[in-house]
Design a protein around this ligand. Structure first.
Ligand code: PEP
Ligand code: MG
Length: 318
């Protein structure tokens, strides 16, 4: 990788041929915004709103939510901020929203399914987001707000979420692709959604059918599995055909070599923990888009996760 002098200004994410690849931050609290900006985040690719809810015994008020969302938007004034509506259930259970007695919570009423069953919580959250958006715009510190739903598994759910988000004046409404069914139906989902963001943590869990929290099957939680990469390719291709952006916001984007593969598969932006931005930025700068496609092809042709990584490494170095 090309050396970047200490103290040099941080450039925006791009490939060696100049193709821009916006590098965004995953955040769980507006308090992390300043560090993300200092590390060169060009915006927020995943704001997990669960922090507002997880410690509470009931849902936070619209006003409490508005204050937090406005703080986040103002910290990224003029930049893109992708907010995910509440992802409750499975690894993020909420007593007032989830049934603790589900035998398989990862396959249960989680994410958008849970919000649809408690639609008042979704409507309050969209109200707070729309208010925060207007408030910050009026104050001259508005951001480009995008809102997305977690755990969308059908085209009907994509239509439901984007429809309800637009009722509140949300201009850019999209879905997370975290389930193989959504990846396979990406083109039909794009008939409703303005964008997709692939959550590789859950997409890996559901593709390999291995609980992401269970140590005994942790070996399956590896986004290098070519089955996962093939699903990502489906989404990337559908995004290219329909002209819709495809972001990645799972842990996979934080692995520099895998980031090259993801861009080669059609990802148009990458979002990650802010501390991972520098290494990913440096590695992207050493590959052209043609290189990234070649590295992705090498990984796709492998039979398992370990050989996919090796093949990508070899292709990347040649
Ligand atoms: C994912 O599943 O990849 C994701 C980004 O969402 P979370 O990790 O919050 O489930
Ligand atoms: Mg997820």
């Amino acid at each position: 990788a090309r050396a970047v002098a200490a103290g040099a200004p941080i450039t925006d994410g791009a490939l060696a041929d100049g193709t821009p690849v916006p590098l965004l931050a995953n955040l769980g609290n507006p308090a992390g915004a300043a560090e993300a900006v200092a590390l060169g985040a060009e915006g927020v690719g995943l704001f997990r709103t669960e922090f507002l809810f997880l410690s509470a015994s009931s849902a936070p008020t619209i006003e409490q939510q508005r204050v937090s969302y406005a703080e986040l938007l103002a910290a990224f004034a003029g930049k893109k901020v992708v907010v995910r509506v509440l992802d409750a259930g499975a690894d993020k259970p909420l007593p007032f929203l989830n049934d603790a007695h589900e035998e398989n919570p990862a396959l249960g009423l989680r994410g958008l399914r849970a919000l649809r069953a408690s639609e008042d919580i979704l409507r309050e959250q969209l109200t707070a987001l729309a208010e925060a958006d207007q408030l910050t715009k009026k104050a001259g510190s508005g951001a480009d707000l995008w809102v997305m739903a977690p755990m969308v598994s059908t085209v009907d759910e994509a239509a439901y979420f984007t429809g309800i988000a637009r009722e509140y004046g949300i201009r850019t409404a999209g879905v997370m692709v975290e389930v193989p069914s959504s990846a396979l139906m990406a083109e039909q989902i794009f008939a409703h959604a303005d964008f997709a963001s692939i959550g590789t943590n859950d997409l890996t869990q559901y593709t390999l059918a291995a609980d992401r929290l269970l140590g005994s099957v942790a070996g399956y939680q590896d986004p290098w599995y070519p089955a996962v990469l093939r699903l990502i390719r489906e989404v990337g291709a559908a995004g290219a055909r329909t002209g819709k952006p495809v972001g990645i916001c799972g842990e996979a984007a934080a692995d520099p070599l895998l980031a090259v593969v993801l861009v080669g598969l059609g990802a148009t932006s990458l979002s990650m923990a802010p501390t991972a931005l520098a290494d990913v930025r440096a590695t992207l700068l050493t590959h052209s888009l043609d290189d990234a496609k070649r590295v992705a092809e090498a990984a796709l042709a492998a039979t398992d996760a370990a050989t996919a990584r090796e093949a990508a490494q070899t292709a990347s170095a040649s």
